[in-house]
Design a protein around this ligand. Structure first.
Ligand code: ATP
Ligand code: MG
Length: 457
């Protein structure tokens, strides 16, 4: 068997082998190459001890941050390559990281410490594939199986439970029976895993091609790190708009937005405020008045707790806040939204509303046509290079300074002008704006003396 290798990886293997050591590419890159996917990066495993690896690559740039765990990162052909000595992990007394690692000269022992059979294969040109635990067969059947006893492996490091769900989602695989059972049984241990490790895996899970299915199958496991989702499971909408319970609706909606983290997170969290806002009308219909606001509160708590970056958090909260907003099909209203959110977030909002609509009762999917028309409309509006922000106005701070405006009065006047441009009561031309300004000023002066211009003291 021949697997494609990057130039850097090929060179690193050759250099280590020429120095008398065993060396293989291992883990995710072997898995991806066997699947015909381009590997994201190459990890190498070798019988050389870290000092020996350093000697082999003495003349190349190296990063030694992982040395304690036996990892030397070498820069070859412009690629950073992580080269790790065959290793046996020590005890994970905190279900987080090994207390210590021991080096070994056995590739099999190194493979045995890895999480899943499909991640435990090694390959080197000329040597072929080393597959001690049936990884290739599991890969062909679409199965995630723990290496060794699943429960023991999840107790060593509970993050592996979330990694199992992540790979199930990204590769559209299913967990082998005992691995699935152990994942559920050990799920409470996930509570001890650091927020950063959890959010990393959760993000990849959400962006996987089978995210919706994994969400539907494992709310109990995910509920350990996201307890707020649990009341959604099985919660009947009790109204005609919906054909799924709140959690299933959420999972289906996730699959209907592009696999970008803010979109997928927003879809996951958009209805998380529904359980707290449910009420039954006199007509027997279920209502969720004010649920977007409650969803925003809960989403903010969750995203902060899981330490998602601030930018991601803010984007997600905006999308959750407006996921149910009525977007009218008029150029003026669309311009207002573009002004409020910016074009990028506005298009994301259309995607979110589309995902939400696609996961409702088929009769209510007609909203999708409305959203498509809105998208066309927004593109037409943008094609006309509209004035959307104060910076786009045909007058600027200098013009107002020249007219005697000072301090905060400048910003106030510019915002007032923008407001009028957005509602098309004045065109964005310098003379028109200055005239309008004079008018507004006269009106203001009549209303409240002294003059609103506020000169310097
Ligand atoms: P990705 O495509 O996301 O990089 P990957 O499988 O390469 O997936 P990494 O986190 O880069 O995942 O880890 C590289 C390899 O190290 C894995 O393939 C696996 O063999 C091993 N590994 C990573 N994390 C763990 C863990 N928590 N427990 C056991 N083995 C692990
Ligand atoms: Mg990797």
């Amino acid at each position: 068997m021949n697997l494609p290798l990057s130039p850097g990886a090929a060179k690193a293997l050759a250099l280590l082998q020429a120095a008398g050591y065993e060396a293989w590419i291992v883990g995710g890159c072997v898995r991806d190459a066997l699947l015909g996917l381009p590997p994201k990066d190459y990890d190498l495993t070798t019988s050389a001890l870290p000092e020996e690896t350093q000697r082999v690559f003495a003349v190349y740039p190296r990063i030694e941050t992982g040395l304690r765990h036996g990892t030397v990162t070498v820069l070859l052909e412009g690629e950073p390559l992580e080269i790790t000595t065959y290793r046996v992990d020590g005890v994970y007394s905190d279900a987080r990281h090994p207390d210590g690692v021991t080096f070994t000269r056995s590739l099999r022992q190194d493979a045995a410490r890895r999480d899943f059979t499909i991640n435990a294969m090694a390959y080197a040109p000329g040597q072929g594939l080393q597959d001690f635990f049936g990884g290739q067969a599991d890969l062909a059947r679409g199965i995630l199986r723990a290496v060794g006893t699943a429960e023991k492996r999840f107790r060593e490091d509970a993050l592996r439970i979330l990694r199992a769900l992540r790979f199930a989602s990204v590769l559209d695989f299913t967990l082998e029976g005992e691995t699935a059972r152990a994942a559920r049984a050990c799920a409470p241990l996930l509570a001890a895993v650091s927020a950063e490790r959890v959010s990393g895996e959760l993000g990849k899970l959400l962006c996987g091609k089978a995210a919706g299915r994994v969400l539907r199958e494992y709310p109990d496991v995910l509920g350990v790190v996201l307890p707020e989702i649990l009341p959604m499971v099985g919660l009947d909408h009790r109204n005609a708009y919906h054909c799924y319970d709140v959690w299933t609706h959420t999972a289906v909606a996730v699959d209907h937005v592009p696999p970008e983290l803010p979109l997928r997170l927003a879809m996951l969290l958009h209805d998380i405020g529904k359980p707290d806002t449910f009420s039954l009308g006199e007509d027997g219909q279920g209502h969720f008045y004010g649920h977007p606001r409650r969803s925003v509160e809960l989403a903010e708590k969750i995203l902060t707790r899981l330490r998602f970056p601030r930018r991601t958090r803010e984007r997600v909260l905006t999308l959750v806040r407006y996921h149910d907003a009525v977007l009218e099909e008029s150029p003026q209203r669309v311009r207002r939204w573009l002004n409020k959110l910016g074009p990028e977030v506005f298009f994301d909002l259309l995607a979110i509303q589309g995902g939400d609509a696609a996961a409702q009762a088929p009769a209510y999917c007609t909203r999708l046509d409305h959203l498509r028309r809105l998208e066309t409309l927004a593109r037409q509006v943008l094609d006309q290079a509209p004035c959307l922000t104060v910076r786009d106005l045909a007058v600027g701070g200098e013009d107002l300074l020249a007219l005697g405006y000072r301090g905060p009065a400048i910003g106030r006047a510019l915002r007032a002008l923008l407001d009028q441009v957005l509602s098309e009561t004045v065109s964005n031309e310098k003379n028109a704006l200055l005239q309008r300004l004079a008018q507004m000023d006269a009106e203001n002066t009549e209303k409240m003396e002294p003059c609103s211009k506020k000169k310097d003291p």
